[in-house]
Write a protein that binds this ligand. Structure first.
Ligand code: ADP
Ligand SMILES: O=C(O)[C@@H](O)C(=O)COP(=O)(O)O
Length: 409
């Protein structure tokens, strides 16, 4: 194995899995830390954790365990995959995990860059932009679990990390890999600007001998070529069987996708109150879904003021956990009822569903949208999943993805 990835959520794991697969690597996506040796010829392994919003100690412990496992499988370079909007709580977890990984790997210097230009995320002068808005004005300031109110990544990481934080500016990056390499200080974490894929490719080249990198999936764009891999398009047909959309993301893009899909598909809303009080039965939701003539939508996605009210009434963690648990149990019921194509919106929500389905390993398929591959949960029968990050995908993503996931007869 050449590259080992520790992803702090499940949508992020399939996002970077796609980048590496499109870079020509054989990639395995693992749900949690595998035990034992993986008897497969993999070029890259992505360990998906649900550590983004976990308590700091737990996130550090799990990330180190994932790192140890990846090293034991022969990984030569480690990527800590975080969100392209650098999602973190007030306590971390990006800084503490990065510090711990750097220490474990004895990596004096790390490159940090969450840019993902294809999805509108760029880093300029150390600041993170989403399209033409600073991170803190992009809608991410209202995220239910990780509100992002500081767009200056140097300042943000400095509050989370014990090490010195440096910066390599876009003008240096545009001079290419050699200039980037010589601008990297010998110690500490360095935020590197990137506004184009070309910048990320040069950062990738510059990182050939860097043990530890941290970023969105864009940070992996240039890495497969360092090991001699050439771009490819992952292929496989979809699966046959009923489809459904489960949406627990309250991000802007998802709310638009929910609104669009509600116009054309049967839909049921699950409120935070329903989930916390347990007044809604999973069995009843599954039966309702089975009665529909076309793929339905079950969603808790709500506007920021509704989420705020729910959090004020029930507590942030309690509301989130109750909704995630509902989707987790529901996904199991849906599989038992015969559903074979599932589009899941939201990183935490995807984590809950994939854990609910007791998945251990997922196969990365072709891209459905930038950062969103079709993934296969092998079994008899297999299930096709789309784990969609909250802010990824166009307005008609749900309908498009369900169609693309269906095997053509
Ligand atoms: N109506 C709601 N009220 C409160 N919290 C909600 C509601 N709907 C979803 N949530 C919670 O918000 C979080 C959304 O996070 P996530 O699934 O990662 O979406 P995204 O990918 O957009 O960040 C989840 O923990 C989810 O359970
Ligand atoms: O890098 C990204 O933006 C995604 O891969 C990701 O991690 C998104 O997380 P969610 O928005 O919580 O799904």
């Amino acid at each position: 194995m050449k590259i080992g990835v520790i992803a702090d959520d499940f949508t992020g794991a399939s996002d970077i899995g796609l980048t590496l697969a499109e870079g020509g690597m054989r990639v395995g996506q693992f749900v949690g830390i595998p035990t034992g040796h993986v008897d497969q010829d993999l070029d890259a392994a992505v360990v998906a954790l649900k550590s983004r919003t976990a308590p700091v100690d737990e996130a550090v412990r799990d990330s180190l365990a994932a790192c140890d496992w990846l090293l034991s499988q022969g990984a030569q370079q480690i990527v800590f995959k975080v969100c392209s909007t650098f999602d973190s709580t007030a306590k971390g977890n990006i800084g503490p995990v990065l510090d711990a990984l750097a220490e474990r790997l004895n990596a004096p210097t790390t490159i940090v860059c969450p840019a993902f230009p294809e999805n509108g995320r760029s880093v300029y002068q150390g600041h993170l932009f989403v399209q033409d808005k600073l991170l803190s004005e992009s809608g991410m300031q209202n995220h239910p679990l990780t509100p992002m109110t500081d767009p200056d990544l140097r300042r943000l990481l400095a509050t989370q990390s014990t090490g010195p934080i440096h910066h390599v500016a876009a003008l240096v990056v545009m001079q290419g890999a050699a200039a980037i390499r010589s601008a990297l200080p010998p110690k500490g974490h360095t935020i590197v600007d990137a506004i184009r894929d070309a910048d990320l490719l040069e950062i990738g080249k510059a990182a050939r001998d860097t043990l530890l990198l941290c970023g969105g999936s864009g940070i992996a764009l240039g890495l497969p070529a360092n090991f001699g891999f050439e771009p490819q398009h992952p292929q496989w047909d979809g699966v046959s069987g009923p489809g459904i959309v489960l949406s627990g993301s309250c991000s802007r893009a998802t709310r638009e996708q929910v609104a669009r899909f509600r116009d054309v598909a049967p839909h049921r809303e699950v409120t935070a109150r329903d989930a916390v009080s347990g007044s809604i039965s999973v069995e009843e939701l599954v039966n309702w879904a089975l009665e529909q003539k076309q793929p339905p939508l079950i969603y808790s996605s709500a506007d920021p003021q509704v989420v705020r009210q729910a959090q004020d009434s029930f507590g942030k963690e309690k509301a989130s956990a109750a909704i995630e648990n509902l989707f987790s149990v529901l996904s199991r019921g849906l599989r038992a009822a015969g559903f074979r194509r599932m589009v899941i919106a939201g990183g935490e929500t995807s984590g809950a569903v994939v854990q609910g389905l007791r998945a251990q390993q997922l196969q990365i398929g072709p891209r459905l949208a930038a950062g969103v591959p079709m993934v296969l949960l092998p079994g008899t029968p297999s299930i096709a999943l789309a784990l969609k990050s909250g802010n990824f995908g166009g307005p008609d993503f749900f309908a498009d993805a369900l169609n693309r996931m269906e095997r053509q007869q």
